[in-house]
Design a protein around this ligand. Structure first.
Ligand code: NAD
Length: 292
């Protein structure tokens, strides 16, 4: 049993913390939102009123927060509270530069650290089937591994500090591009008189197959679990996809790499979000592409 503090008990952090409790760890949590703290308490996470009380005595501190600025602010606040040797794990999806700055904060406090963003969404968080992409020293990875195992199914050590965020950003850029491609193919197939099922049966077993079609098909029918069957309720919200695509474009320009399809995907998701669809599932962009 490990004494763990979990900061950020939202849609992802709440069920992840609950899985740590189920695995037998002692978990104290903190979130600015009282509603999130109450929901976490119901799953066995004890939630004291402030950050200091949540981390007191913890040998592992996990953060699951919206953006880089939140992570740097919380890790900065934590710095004077931590004992040397504490392991800090950030599971949020943030920019690579902020992830590296967070590792520096941990090193200044003589703590170990890992960036470990996740793939798998809210259902993966609830079912403890997340994939973790980890960046940091081997020692930090080895210490974090058994903790991450309680929340996920696959843990990949991608390299040094920031490598987990780099892998996450590359993966999600490809996901955004492939979803737009899948939507274009189905929108075109409709106009050419193909049924969704016929086109799915071909693509899902041919050279165009990809996760966006086979597992998350953007039209209702062929894949019963895809958000297209429930009017594009997320799932993975378009606003979060836009956030990840913008992170990929910032990262690409910081290393002078051209990603024209990544840029086009970011532009299309920005347009989709600006027309009031940020909270729709990201596969719902097919509705905008059909109109275009
Ligand atoms: P969320 O908004 O539901 O949860 C974030 C929580 O952080 C909120 O409860 C908020 O109150 C809390 N918070 C913000 N600032 C805080 C602070 N200073 N101290 C304490 N708590 C604070 O977001 P989420 O969906 O859980 O996503 C969290 C991270 O995981 C994001 O970086 C997101 O991109 C990433 N992610 C989300 C999904 C998904 O499907 N939702 C999938 C993969 C990765």
């Amino acid at each position: 049993m490990t004494d763990i503090a979990f900061i950020g008990l939202g849609n992802m952090g709440g069920p992840m913390a609950a899985n740590l409790v189920k695995a037998g760890h002692k978990v104290r949590g903190f979130d600015l939102s009282e509603q999130s703290r109450q929901a976490a308490e119901a799953t066995g996470v004890s939630c004291p009123a402030d950050l200091a009380a949540a981390v007191a005595g913890a040998s592992v501190v996990i953060t699951m927060l919206p953006k880089g600025e939140h992570v740097l602010s919380v890790w900065g606040d934590l710095k004077p509270m931590l004992e040397a040797g504490t392991l800090l794990i950030d599971c949020s999806t943030i920019d690579v530069d902020s992830a590296r700055k967070a590792h520096e904060i941990a090193a200044d406090a003589k703590c170990h650290s890992l960036d470990a963003p996740v793939s798998g969404g809210i259902s993966g968080a609830s079912q403890a089937t997340l994939t973790f992409m980890a960046g940091g020293e081997q020692k930090a990875y080895d210490a974090a591994n058994p903790i991450l195992q309680a929340m996920g199914r696959r843990i990949v050590h991608c390299g040094g500090p920031g490598a987990g965020q780099a892998a996450k950003i590359c993966n999600n850029m490809l996901l955004g591009i492939s979803m737009i491609g899948a939507c274009e193919a189905f929108a075109l197939g409709e106009k050419l008189g193909l049924t969704h099922q016929a086109l799915f049966d071909v693509i899902s077993t041919s050279s165009g197959q990809c996760w966006s079609v086979n597992t998350y098909c953007p039209v209702p029918g062929p894949v019963a679990t895809s958000p297209a069957n429930r009017d594009y309720q997320p799932g993975f919200a378009a606003a979060l996809m836009l956030k990840d695509l913008l992170l990929s474009q910032d990262a690409a320009s910081s290393v002078s790499v051209q990603t024209p399809l990544g840029q086009a995907a970011a532009d299309l998701y920005r347009q989709f979000e600006q027309s009031g669809n940020g909270m729709k599932d990201f596969s719902g962009i097919i509705e905008m592409l059909r109109k275009a």
